[in-house]
Design a protein around this ligand. Structure first.
Ligand SMILES: [Zn+2]
Length: 424
């Protein structure tokens, strides 16, 4: 073994993954980089806040409309109420159909409750709900309201309470999807490794990250949250093949036009509409899942590599090809789509470039407004394009150029996207 290899250890073969607590507790220096074929590197970070972290969601929003992100920096979140107020029937489903975003959030929250070991449900209770459909159905009808309140999800509890007046809508929009979710877990013998878990990692560029620009160095500290990580059984990996799951209620299709006001819910309860419309995941979904691929890398156990080289370890060579699935799960209809990029390396390099460029442009304050957006903007705040300069490596470009470069990287990423619809 030559000196170089000795220092870098062996590639991770059949990996072992760590949950957040284990990853944080691993007694290894945080400065160890995972090196992905010298194209980019990834590091764990313990305190990202000294590194000016950026959330994945703000980068994705910035790609869509810089103005929205830059102008909304200081917006405050509205507070959760502290209790469920007395009911006013029909007040929340006023348009005739429950707000699909709220339904999506509610479904996602129920899924999280079923797996949350810090939530209001005991381990025994969760185990029973996950294996017994009748118990789960009863829970949704009789106990969910209290569980939501105990979990501090008061807005959702208020929303859910409204279903009391619409048992058929409850059945179609909540009970059916949740029972389908549970049955699939049972049928595929899938283990839930973790749900709703924060991540933080540092993505570093190498001299190969930006082709032809050897000095575009730096890093981006990314923070975000995994919806769910599953382990598929019956595979070679030590504890199952990890599958990163992102839940989506809809897939970015058009909003349904509100039905006329007369007869609340009359039409909806009569027959489901537009069920035949097939909506594929978008490029934004692909970007999200592949960003999670990057973030997930900090969860590989490096104990074996570390012991093998007696702690003298700076970089661990990592493969871009890994036994890992990236899946978008539409809770509404149970459809799952796996992201299988046509060219994994091109997809990851283009995404990494895009993340760096978006981060630089966003931090420069460049705030172009997307013409497809209806966001309001005061004309006086417009700065001339050349007024904002961005330092990228040892070069200086305008904020606009930097953003356009990010867009170009994203286009390259888009050309790699390929979805496979999964059937169970
Ligand atoms: Zn906008």
């Amino acid at each position: 073994m030559d000196c170089q290899n000795e220092k870098r250890g062996n590639p991770i073969g059949t990996p072992h993954i760590l949950n957040a607590a284990e990853a944080a507790a691993q007694p290894f220096p945080l400065s160890i980089s995972f090196n992905y074929e010298n194209l980019f590197k990834i590091q764990r970070v313990r305190n990202p806040f000294v590194l000016a972290p950026v959330s994945y969601s703000s980068l994705a929003s910035y790609l869509e409309c810089p103005w929205c992100v830059v102008s909304q920096k200081r917006k405050k979140r509205s507070k959760e109420p502290t209790q469920v107020p007395p009911m006013r029937q029909g007040a929340l489903f006023g348009g005739g159909q429950p707000d699909p975003r709220m339904v999506g959030t509610l479904l996602h929250t129920i899924v999280n409750l079923l797996h949350d070991d810090k939530g209001p449900l005991t381990p025994d209770k969760r185990a029973r709900l996950l294996t017994d459909s009748d118990a789960l159905g009863r829970f949704l009808r009789q106990e969910l309201l209290v569980a939501l309140q105990k979990a501090g999800k008061i807005n959702l509890a208020i929303f859910f309470n409204e279903f009391n007046f619409h048992p058929e809508i409850l059945h179609n929009t909540i009970t059916t999807p949740i029972l389908r979710y549970q049955r699939e877990l049972v049928a595929t013998r899938t283990t839930i490794f973790t749900g709703a878990e924060r991540f933080q990692c540092k993505v570093l560029s190498t001299k190969n990250t930006f082709a032809g620009h050897p000095d575009w160095g730096g890093y981006v500290c990314l923070i975000g949250e995994f919806d769910q990580i599953r382990l598929r059984n019956g595979t070679n990996a030590k504890n199952g093949t990890p599958a990163i799951i992102e839940f989506k209620k809809g897939l970015g299709g058009k909003k349904p036009t509100p039905p006329p006001m007369q007869g609340l819910f009359a039409e909806l309860e009569a027959a489901p509409v537009e069920e035949n419309v097939v909506v594929e995941p978008t490029s934004a979904h692909a970007m999200q899942l592949l960003t999670y691929w990057l973030a997930f890398q900090t969860r590989w156990s490096i104990r074996e590599q570390f012991v093998e080289v007696k702690g003298v370890l700076q970089e661990i060579p990592m493969s871009l090809q890994q036994p890992m699935e990236l899946i978008l799960y539409n809770l509404n209809d149970g459809c799952q789509y796996q992201l299988v990029p046509r060219d994994h390396q091109e997809a990851l390099v283009a995404l990494t470039e895009c993340i760096f460029l978006l981060n630089w442009a966003m931090k420069s304050g460049y705030a172009w407004q997307s013409p497809e957006h209806t966001c309001k903007r005061a004309q006086l705040t417009e700065l001339p394009a050349h007024a904002i300069q961005v330092q990228v490596g040892n070069e200086t470009v305008t904020g606009q150029e930097c953003y356009l470069l990010a867009k170009a990287s994203f286009e390259r990423f888009k050309s790699t996207i390929q979805w496979k619809k999964l059937t169970h």
